[in-house]
Ligand binder design. Structure first.
Ligand SMILES: C[S@@+](CC[C@H](N)C(=O)[O-])C[C@H]1O[C@@H](n2cnc3c(N)ncnc32)[C@H](O)[C@@H]1O
Length: 217
């Protein structure tokens, strides 16, 4: 995105509270990847319109985006999945500090290997995919069945710093993850059962909604 527009948009995002500022500082100091502020704010706004009661997040890290969602949606329950034990423990700590243990439930497991345990918590009104970039298509296949009728799947990092769009053979050969992400985007836009749109904020946020069946088009 044009830098002037990007700076302008960032300036108009509400400032984080001291609790979230601390998490942002911890993430920066410890190289924990958390959502970028513009795509996160956009996601929160859309979730506020959708009003999901039950959210599945794949990729907790330290619980930052899960707690932001909990903050935005006081009635929602959030199941969030992390396979890295140290990050999971930090997330548990942060969720306790925030006082959200009752409705933000972190699970220490791999989103693929532990899918049976995770699926038992469904159905979900919203699924937010923000774990290993090369596995997005697998996640989509595993979890679409647990999406409630009017549910929405949100996927972060789908533009992958623009590299997902760079088709030069040299880049595509080197950047396996970028190629995977491009394939995932192709998979989404040609999916027979979902309508997908991508918002070019942050690292690219895609929104996939199940197509309506029947009725007058
Ligand atoms: C980008 S970070 C998540 C950031 C978080 N959603 C936020 O914005 O605060 C991705 C996390 O997913 C975890 N992860 C990657 N692949 C995973 C998998 N297959 N199952 C569970 N967690 C996974 C990583 O360990 C990492 O902490």
């Amino acid at each position: 995105m044009n830098d002037i527009i990007h700076d302008y948009l960032l300036k108009h995002i509400p400032k984080s509270t001291p609790f979230f500022e601390e998490l942002e500082a911890y993430a920066a100091a410890n190289e924990v990847p958390i959502m970028e502020p513009d795509s996160l704010y956009c996601l929160l706004q859309i979730l506020d319109i959708q009003k999901p009661k039950r959210i599945l997040e794949l990729g907790t890290a330290i619980g930052y985006s899960a707690l932001k969602m909990a903050d935005q949606l006081p009635d929602a329950e959030i199941i969030t999945v992390e396979r890295d034990e140290a990050r999971y423990k930090q997330a548990v700590h942060n969720i306790q500090c925030y006082g959200a243990s009752g409705r933000v439930k972190p699970l220490l497991t791999d989103a693929i290997e532990g899918s049976e345990e995770i699926l038992a918590h469904g159905p979900f009104d919203a699924i937010f995919i923000d774990a290993a970039k090369a596995q997005y298509e697998k996640f989509f296949h595993i979890y679409t069945g647990s999406l409630a009728e009017n549910g929405v799947i949100y996927s972060d990092n789908v533009l992958f710093k623009g590299l997902a769009l760079d088709m030069s053979p040299e880049k595509q050969r080197k950047l396996r993850v970028a190629r995977k992400m491009r394939n995932f985007n192709d998979f989404l836009v040609t999916h027979p059962d979902f309508d997908t749109t991508t918002i070019p904020l942050g690292d690219g946020l895609s929104i996939s909604k199940r197509k309506k069946t029947g009725g007058v088009s």
